[in-house]
Design a protein around this ligand. Structure first.
Ligand code: NAD
Length: 362
């Protein structure tokens, strides 16, 4: 049998992007070799660098390349120097364009506390020890996209800012199926988060999620209002397995959940559609304050590669191998600056990559 070959689009982007991408790719190449498959990389431009070189933060060529690949491995985009550009030229617009162009409606953010890092969090060890949850956020609907939207001036000259929170049944159904499917493969608990006591859009959300639960009798479904969920995440986060929520609530709750771990430099994510390639990227941004200084933590990028192997390439063993290598290196005491604590060995981005590669080859 010939070894499977996967065509992966690598989008390094801006700031620390190229540094962490280099580490991420080296780790994926190493694990591919060990596991008997090949990765054919194709490199595309995205973000500020794409704007500088082509005048467009998401060149048509990049989107086409992404659409014709098995998965997209993305680092980060953005720099504060682009903040004065017109909105459609800003690096972050490329992310929205990529999501729209690939139909990515589901954003998956696993939050797992590694035992080696319980002391990096601002919360007490007994609260966070053993956290292993997944936030599933709807990504292409809700208040960020609903119409009407805009700033309108009425006849008296007074202005009103308007956004519309809207979800169709079909939009709720497809994201609910993603979350139930995931819950089925995990600890079989799903908590749907909404604001059904106040919002009609949430009432429909709750109704549809409850209806869909009938197809997943093995999954225990609960519902929680978003204000309570924000509180429960810091009070007793271990109660959660999969959290399902809409675009706005998910944006806020997933960042809150991320901070349970102590560093944004540790957290991977996946964005998936119904068919076609998914995008795998760290939760953090381009960290311009430390770019080019070999200070970035590449672990979120590396773990995003593991998610890509698991969810898009069906190589779960290779994914586990990467996750175990990361745990080994942390157990050996190596830390980048963002997760450093006394008594540990401080390393840079490149050296962290070398340590992970060494742990992989044991
Ligand atoms: P950021 O996530 O880039 O950085 C926040 C803080 O965390 C900074 O102090 C940074 O040094 C630190 N940090 C982030 N990643 C790290 C890593 N891997 N290792 C060590 N430290 C790390 O967020 P920001 O500063 O608000 O935004 C910077 C730029 O990134 C902006 O242009 C923003 O629009 C963009 N951004 C991009 C994405 C993305 O590409 N998905 C996401 C968020 C922000």
């Amino acid at each position: 049998m010939t070894a499977p070959t996967y065509r992966i689009t690598a989008l390094a982007g801006d700031g620390i992007g190229p540094e962490i991408m280099q580490v991420g790719r080296a780790v994926l190449d190493a694990v591919a070799k060990q596991s008997g498959f090949d990765i054919q990389w194709q490199e595309g431009l995205i973000g500020g660098i794409a704007y500088e070189q082509t005048g467009d933060p998401l060149p048509a060529e990049t989107l086409k390349m992404a659409q014709n690949s098995d998965a997209i491995y993305l680092a980060a985009v953005g720099d504060f120097k682009y903040d004065t550009l017109p909105r459609n030229k800003r690096p972050e617009q490329a992310l929205l364009g990529l999501r729209a162009g690939l139909g990515l409606f589901a954003n998956l953010r696993p939050v797992k506390i590694l035992p080696q890092l319980v002391n990096s969090s601002s919360l007490k060890p007994e609260v966070i020890e053993g956290i292993d949850l997944m936030v599933v956020r709807e990504l292409t609907g809700g208040i960020y996209f609903g119409q009407p939207k805009g700033i309108f001036t009425d006849a008296s000259g007074s202005r009103r800012g308007v956004n519309t929170m809207v979800y169709s049944e079909a939009e709720v159904d497809r994201i609910a199926h993603v979350a139930f499917d995931l819950a089925r493969k995990r600890r079989r608990k799903l908590c749907s988060v909404d604001k059904a006591n106040v919002l009609e859009v949430s009432q429909l959300w709750r109704e549809r999620v409850t209806a869909i639960a009938a197809a997943y009798p093995e999954v225990e479904l609960s519902h929680m209002y978003v204000d309570n969920a924000a509180m429960q995440l810091v009070r007793w986060p271990k109660q959660f397995d999969v959290i399902l929520t809409g675009n706005l609530f998910g944006d806020i709750l997933s960042d809150e959940a991320a901070m349970l771990t102590g560093s944004i430099g540790m957290l991977p994510s996946a964005s998936l559609g119904s068919t076609g390639p998914g995008v795998y990227e760290p939760v953090h941004g381009s960290a311009p304050d430390i770019a080019g200084q070999d200070k970035a933590n590449p672990i979120a990028q590396v773990l995003s590669g593991a998610m890509m192997l698991r969810y898009s390439l069906n190589q779960p063993e290779a994914a586990t191998r990467i996750e175990q290598a990361v745990e080994t290196v942390l157990a050996q005491g190596y830390r980048t600056g963002d997760i450093y604590s006394e008594g540990m060995t401080l390393v840079g981005c490149q050296q962290m990559g070398e340590k992970i590669l060494a742990a992989l080859s044991v």
